[in-house]
Design a protein around this ligand. Structure first.
Ligand SMILES: [Zn+2]
Ligand SMILES: [Zn+2]
Length: 185
């Protein structure tokens, strides 16, 4: 179990390093407004000529988490039962909503309201013919400054993307938010 977590932490670290180069090479402005439409050609092509590291269907978005049911009720007057299951979606700064699939990198959003309350930058895969987004990366933005957002076990000194108790020692993990080491605008 320990080895698994350490591998996961390592993998996540590698991924962060890998993604940094993508952040730097891709203009944020308009990345979502020019976002791919399901089934209309290679989505990655609209993200800029220099972003050849960005695979097909990969999106980089900035915005906030909303409940899609409440958002659609507000916008279009759809039915909203008083007691409904929240449908978590990522709403970009341009107002485009992507439905979030549950997974390793979205677990924090599904389980931690502190994460849902933050302005986030996410990276993920837009699934064909849908607005469904599979996250592969998230960071937060605090007062305009990009932050590393992660969970930390102080006993084991392990960083993780999961809000679950430390799989190594079962201690609760602490949500950490620190200015990102790189100063990407
Ligand atoms: Zn809701
Ligand atoms: Zn631990």
């Amino acid at each position: 179990m320990t080895a698994f977590i350490r591998r996961a932490a390592l993998a996540s670290g590698v991924m962060v390093g890998c993604c940094l180069s993508i952040w730097c090479k891709t203009a944020w402005a308009g990345a979502d407004s020019a976002g791919p439409k399901p089934g209309s050609g290679p989505p990655g092509s609209s993200l800029g000529a220099t972003s050849n590291q960005v695979q097909q269907g990969q999106l980089q978005l900035q915005g906030r988490v909303v409940c899609l049911a409440e958002e659609m009720h507000q916008r279009y007057g759809t039915e909203l039962p008083t007691r409904h299951q929240h449908v978590w979606a990522f709403k970009t700064t341009n107002g485009v909503c992507y439905t979030l699939l549950e997974g390793k990198f979205s677990q924090a959003i599904f389980e931690d309201e502190r994460v849902r309350a933050k302005e986030l930058r996410v990276k993920g895969r837009l699934l064909p013919n849908s607005q469904a987004l599979e996250l592969s990366y998230f960071r937060s933005v605090k007062n305009g400054v990009l932050q590393d957002l992660y969970y930390y076990c102080e006993v084991c000194a392990i960083s993780t993307v999961s809000p679950e108790p430390c799989a190594c020692c079962q201690a609760p993990v602490v949500l950490m938010e620190k200015p990102a080491s790189d100063r990407e605008e």
